[in-house]
Design a protein around this ligand. Structure first.
Ligand code: SF4
Length: 113
């Protein structure tokens, strides 16, 4: 059994997942069961970070992926963010990097700048 905290909602249920059968216990709702199974089979995360920006009021711009990506791709995406630089003006939600690291997710701006 693998123990984890469900992060789908603020309640933070302590759940246990059987790594062989993928049976989940301790969850309060079905979303927790889904989360627990996915954490074993294919853990996913939304990536948040920042990129450099030219011509902005700050030197860095907060960004995030517009959907969850495989956790195994996180470091590759962080390297891509480190190498990328946006150019002001940028609108909140604007796509800055399409299909980042072939994940199907886009990197978008978290704010106007
Ligand atoms: S199991 Fe359901 S209620 Fe509990 S933290 Fe996850 S989503 Fe929230």
């Amino acid at each position: 059994m693998k123990e984890m905290i469900c992060i789908v909602c603020p309640r933070g249920c302590h759940i246990q997942v059987d790594e062989q059968t993928l049976e989940v216990i301790g969850n309060t709702c079905v979303r927790g069961a889904e989360y627990g199974k996915n954490e074993i089979v294919s853990p996913m995360r939304t990536v948040t970070g920042s990129v450099g920006i030219k011509g902005g009021v700050h030197r860095r711009l907060a960004v995030r992926t517009d959907r969850a990506i495989p956790k195994s791709k996180m470091f590759e995406i962080m390297r891509e963010l480190h190498a990328f630089s946006a150019v002001s003006p940028v609108k909140r939600g604007q796509i800055l990097i399409e299909n980042v690291c072939d994940t199907g997710a886009n990197v978008i701006a978290s704010r106007d700048m």
